[in-house]
Write a protein that binds this ligand. Structure first.
Ligand code: F6R
Length: 261
């Protein structure tokens, strides 16, 4: 795992978007794993800009989203399909048939989870997984005690996550209690993971995930075991990390980061 600290949330989102843009240019048939939420909106806005002004070409790319609420149809403004169409898919030249999310309306949810795993495997797996982190430490909707080897399945949201997402729904009561989510094991199978976290409200959980013990109480800590995981944080989200100086040194000195400095 490596940690990159950027001064502000805009810089952090910009770096994540540039890494995605570079990966897409290197491999036009790339398979992206995608996240939703407030943090990612910034990344998608930059990717849209890169498409419109820099010709970034999504025509051969495929995407798999991490999760979708159970019981929300795609046309519901709070569904993740709706979010992705609005923030990214509807604004770039991606083939919508190559954009995949779990179907939260499926009659047989377990069969849907198995189908989703098969579909990812058929496309050769995820090349680049973009991740956010919830205040409960979740990645996707893998709430505390999610098994490290878990696969796509239905999970209940924690009260903390319901609270975190209530803003978008207008009230706690409207937030669905369940979601289909890729498992921690599914995420760890991605060839590259990039976790983006910004803001003071994420500082405690980022410190636990990055510098704390690997524990299923903090699903994101599983990323410490991943072969190629980059955690990008702004100064606020980094503020509880003990080894900030070391992380800054890495960014200044590792050749990989030279084009981004
Ligand atoms: C959603 C997802 C979640 C979010 C996390 C952070 O698809 O994967 O894990 O990334 O809840 O959400 P924000 O960015 O809204 O704080």
């Amino acid at each position: 795992m490596e940690v990159i600290i950027r001064p502000g949330a805009g810089d952090a989102g910009n770096l994540a978007a540039r890494l995605m843009g570079r990966s897409l240019r290197d491999k036009p048939q790339i398979v992206f794993g995608l996240a939703t939420g407030r943090t990612m909106a910034r990344v998608y806005a930059i990717l849209v800009e890169m498409h419109k002004t820099g010709g970034l070409d999504f025509s051969l790319a495929s995407t798999f989203n991490l999760d979708e609420y159970v019981g929300l149809p795609p046309e519901d403004a709070q569904s993740y399909r709706h979010y992705m169409d609005a923030h990214l898919f509807g604004q770039v030249n991606i083939d919508l048939r190559n954009t995949c999310l779990p179907d939260g309306m499926a009659v047989d949810l377990n069969a849907e989870c198995e189908r989703y795993e098969r579909l990812m495997a058929d496309r050769g797996g995820i090349d680049f997984q973009l991740l956010g982190i919830g205040r409960s430490g979740h990645i996707g909707f893998n709430e505390p005690l999610s098994a490290m080897f878990s696969r796509t399945r239905v999970k209940a949201l924690t009260p903390e996550t319901v609270e975190q997402n209530a803003v978008q729904f207008g009230s706690r009561e409207r937030v669905p209690r369940h979601a289909i989510t890729m498992g921690v094991g599914t995420i760890l199978d991605a060839k590259r993971c990039v976790l983006l976290a910004t803001g003071l409200e994420k500082a405690d959980i980022v410190a636990k995930a990055v510098e704390g013990p690997i524990t299923s109480m903090v699903s994101a800590s599983a990323l410490q075991m991943h072969r190629r995981c980059t955690v990008i944080v702004d100064q606020d989200a980094a503020s509880r990390l003990e080894h900030q100086e070391y992380y800054r040194w890495i960014f200044q000195n590792e050749p990989e980061w030279e084009p981004y400095r």
